[in-house]
Design a protein around this ligand. Structure first.
Ligand code: PEP
Ligand code: MN
Length: 667
């Protein structure tokens, strides 16, 4: 138990608290941590916490069953999100929440050229932070010890050139002060996890800290080390599992995968995994990294070297840049399965990573009819349809961040209206579900709102729950509300309850909100867990979707500006989480004349130009029996002009042609 004392407490009050606790069987230790004075009370004593809380001089009592308080989930239920490298001009990189943050770089900074080259390579593959040791605590005093402050300067320059905050290990309190202005995040190495004077000094600098788990530390010792950092002043601690020492000798250490869910249960702090030091063998790094993501890690820190064979330290465990690239692609595919998004951040338009001038040139070329986000101030909200906790709101937070201002609309057309009249800068619209198919209502809206275009896409894994009042149970339910897609996706579960009456709602989250308002025990809703949380309701059954491979594709919409036919692409306003670089995918809707070979003629154009078709769906045109609209998603080839000419040809062969937008494809 921890008793935090009021500021300016009198010595009399302090003595009374001491006597009160000792009389009740506690051993006491007075400590000052940061700005607080506390009594740490241990032993088997019994106390009435409310009574203790009322004693003069007691600020608050943390009745944690754990010896750590600040790091404990008992004192803070929601996940901590740590921001690294934020400044007036940079939003910084976030770690924690629903994102996967990947840090990469060499074990050690070896030269300016080496760190510049590695930084550009890992950035290109999608790393958002740069790692590298300037001071290397090596097992042998004869091994390369790092370039010291000069290495850190090289690393800072590389991070700046590529738009990546940097993290580097600090090995002594004196160096912490010297390094403070150069690094964005301190790393406490595994060997120093219990160097308490170092923890206190680094914590007092109030900068984000990556705290490696000691090779022989228990989870509790690791969290106590985090407590030192937090108690000394910093709020931003990220834990890093990097393998522990076991009897196994085949790998360098043993990656403690189970520590990830355990720590995430015990603490609100983000948890990264370092698969490189955990396994120590290059070929085993990527499988371990993917396992870590599957187990719930908030990201990775991975060693990558342009030429691992020449590395001055940890070459055998450093990935080749191509291996890292492959790992990033695999993580991108895995992320939606665990309900997360791989974090991306914008690249600077200069320096090493921006060396793809050919790409840049092409991005500035006109792609026929392409859209761009309008020049509306970014503080304008993003619109979505439904209530708090809607799947669309989760998609919105993935794309624009948890803090993004939001505008709820009562209908899908409300999103289009808000985007068009400028009350929202963008909108998030579901267009397709992997089980239930296209959301025709929204395709129709694109045709009705030609001045709105698709500028990005996002895939969200859908896990449906049956949600009800606190007092409800499966037996008390007679009515179930949801969006018709919710019913369609949970058909097998609903078939087991034939007596239930299904009532359609505008969105899954509005169904949940209606129960929250009515408080009925007979009514349940099908929606996501976030909606239950947002409305204070209970999850009666989790994971009721027929097929767990259930994804909804959302598109980000914005107002078209300038000449719709000639407007060039400006990528700046598209959230970087949706991918940077020139658009490589486009969505079209068209109809063809009712004669043999008319659709074939259109597909032939695409085929001849090497344009890949990722979606082709036909749907009857309302009021025109036996006439069909085609929904088509296509790739945009790299070669200049090919796409524009294909679109021009397609237009001439189709009857009713709509270009919905060009954007970056998600995997
Ligand atoms: C490192 O990250 O470079 C390192 C030395 O790791 P650890 O402290 O986990 O051994
Ligand atoms: Mn290393």
């Amino acid at each position: 138990m921890i008793v935090v004392l009021s500021k300016g407490i009198s010595s009399h009050d302090k003595e009374m608290i001491r006597i009160y606790l000792r009389d009740r069987g506690f051993k006491l230790r007075e400590q000052s941590f940061g700005e607080d004075a506390i009594f740490g009370a241990t032993g088997k004593g019994v106390v009435d916490l409310r009574e203790l809380g009322l004693l003069p001089g007691v600020e608050r009592v943390a009745a944690t069953s754990k010896p750590y308080e600040l790091a404990s989930r008992e004192t803070r239920a929601e996940d901590t999100i740590v921001t690294v490298g934020a400044s007036a001009s940079q939003p910084g990189v976030k770690i924690g929440g629903s994102r996967i943050t990947v840090i990469a770089g060499p074990c050690a900074v070896e030269s300016k050229e080496q760190i510049m080259e590695t930084a550009a390579q890992v950035r290109e593959s999608g790393a958002v932070m740069l790692r590298g040791g300037a001071y290397k605590p090596r097992t042998s005093p004869y091994a390369f010890q790092g370039l010291g402050m000069q290495g850190l300067e090289f690393m800072k320059a590389a991070g700046e050139a590529c738009g990546m905050p940097i993290v580097t290990e600090v090995v002594s309190p004196e160096l912490a002060v010297q390094m403070n202005d150069l690094t964005d995040m301190f790393q406490i190495g595994a060997r120093n996890m219990q160097n308490f004077e170092l923890l206190k000094k680094v914590g007092s600098l109030k900068k984000p800290v990556l705290l490696k788990r000691g090779p022989s530390a228990t989870i509790e010792e690791w969290l106590m080390a985090a407590e030192y950092l937090l108690a000394s002043g910093t709020r931003d601690v990220v834990l890093c599992e990097r393998g522990i020492r076991t009897f196994e000798t085949y790998t360098r250490n043993t990656l403690d995968i189970s520590a990830i869910p355990v720590v995430k249960g015990l603490s609100h702090l983000p948890v990264l995994v370092d698969p490189s030091h955990a396994v120590g063998i290059r070929a085993k790094v990527s499988p371990a990294a993917l396992a870590a993501i599957a187990a719930g890690a908030d990201g990775l820190t991975v060693e990558v070297h342009p030429r691992p064979d020449e590395a001055l330290s940890d070459g055998p465990q450093s990935l080749y840049p191509e291996q890292f690239e492959k790992l990033m692609r695999d993580i991108e595919a895995l992320a939606p399965v665990v309900g997360k998004e791989l974090l991306r951040t914008p690249k600077p338009h200069h320096g090493a990573a921006a060396g793809h001038s050919a790409d840049k040139g092409r991005a500035e070329n006109a792609i026929a009819f392409s859209a761009q986000l309008s020049e509306v101030p970014t503080e304008l909200p993003i619109a979505y349809c439904g209530e708090s906790g809607a799947y669309a709101e989760q998609a919105l937070m993935r794309a624009f961040g948890e803090e993004a201002p939001r505008l709820q609309t009562p209908s899908f057309s409300g999103i289009f209206d808000a985007v068009l009249d400028g009350s929202a800068s963008a909108g998030v619209v579901p267009v397709e579900n992997s089980l239930a198919g296209s959301v025709h209502e929204n395709y129709d809206l694109f045709l009705r709102y030609p001045d709105v275009a698709i500028v990005g896409e996002l895939k969200l894994r859908i896990v449906h729950c049956l949600i009800g009042d606190e007092k409800a149970s499966l037996d008390s339910i007679t009515i179930v509300r949801s969006h018709p897609q919710g019913f369609a996706q949970c058909k097998e579960f609903l078939n087991k309850h034939p007596g239930w009456v299904l009532e359609p709602a505008t969105t899954t989250a509005t169904a949940v909100a209606s129960i929250a308002r009515e408080g009925a025990v007979k009514v349940a809703a099908i929606a996501g867990e976030a909606a239950a949380r947002a409305h204070g309701l209970k999850v009666l059954r989790d994971g009721i979707e027929t097929n767990p491979l259930n994804y909804t594709r959302f598109v980000i919409i914005a107002r078209r500006v300038g000449d719709r036919k000639e407007s060039s692409l400006r990528q700046g306003k598209v959230p970087p989480s949706l991918g940077s670089g020139k658009p490589n995918k486009a969505s079209l809707v068209f109809s063809v004349s009712d004669e043999p070979g008319s659709l074939f003629a259109c597909l032939k154009i695409l085929s001849e130009k090497g344009i890949n078709l990722s979606k082709l769906e036909s749907r009857p045109i309302q009021g025109q029996p036996w006439e069909y609209l085609f929904y088509v998603d296509v790739s945009i080839p790299d070669a200049e002009g090919v796409f524009d000419s294909a679109i021009a040809e397609l237009k001439s062969k189709t009857r009713d042609f709509h270009f919905l937008g060009a954007y970056r494809a998600m995997l």
